[in-house]
Write a protein that binds this ligand. Sequence first.
Ligand code: ATP
Length: 291
Amino acid sequence: MTIYNLGSINIDHVYRLASLPRSGETIHSRDLSHGLGGKGANQSVAAARAGARVVHLGAMGTADDWVLDRLAQAGVETDHIARLPHQVTGHAIILVETGGENSIILHGGANQSLPDETLVRHLTGIGPGDILLMQNETNLQPEAAAQARAAGATVIYSAAPFEIEALRVVLPHISILSVNEVEAAEAFAAFGEDLPVQGLLVTRGAAGAEYRDLSTGETFRQPAYPVEALDTTGAGDCFTGWFAAGLARGEDIPTALRHAAAAAAVQVTRHGAGDAMPDRAEVIAFLGSRD
Ligand code: ATP
């Protein structure tokens, strides 16, 4: 069972500052770090480290080879990532104030210019038992979702960043909708609680997560594991990636949820997003320490 991930690839530039700049102000940064980010790359790394076979479908500029190396080191198959000569790799300028407040500038770059042949050539192998992961940070979402669903695959969609129109277009093709609490409220306000999907995964930060099977009406609740959180960037991606990997590995819903919550608990104790995703051995050790 393969996870195909039509996903964004970003470089996160994290600047640490005494305070966020006001309009017209110039300030010094105390510290700068670069890391792997983008909801797509984060989810690919999480799912691969969870032990799934992950094929990433995405696009980057022609520089920044270290990003591909980082994905490959995590076990992600990167052969189908297009290198676009006239586009920059997507990136985020993240300003973090002492005390934790942040401001983020996101530039989609190549993530919004995936060539059509990405799907024509690389999604044709998808079939029943496979999973298509998607988030709202690339082009080609409706085309990919329709193609995967028609082939009998499970489509898991993270409606983030949340946009009603983007969700409306892909909703008929989604099997499982993955949202945080805020996105869930926006989706319910726009489409009602009775969403036309098989499953709804809602994460609520330190308050845990739940999966609603909308075909049976059953709800599975998963508390978060109490940890001292250092950086929660990418926690939702970690959870979704691990949950998808659990389904791809044939785990039942409670097991997939438990592993996803443990992985996200480990991830929030570390700085970074994609680079902070734990592997299966770390998650098993964490669960062992909590039993
Ligand atoms: P992000 O946008 O930063 O990726 P999100 O809003 O999509 O995050 P959250 O709902 O904040 O996602 O978190 C996802 C999961 O991560 C939670 O359901 C929980 O299991 C875990 N998690 C998040 N914050 C904490 C925390 N402080 N302590 C333990 N687990 C946490």
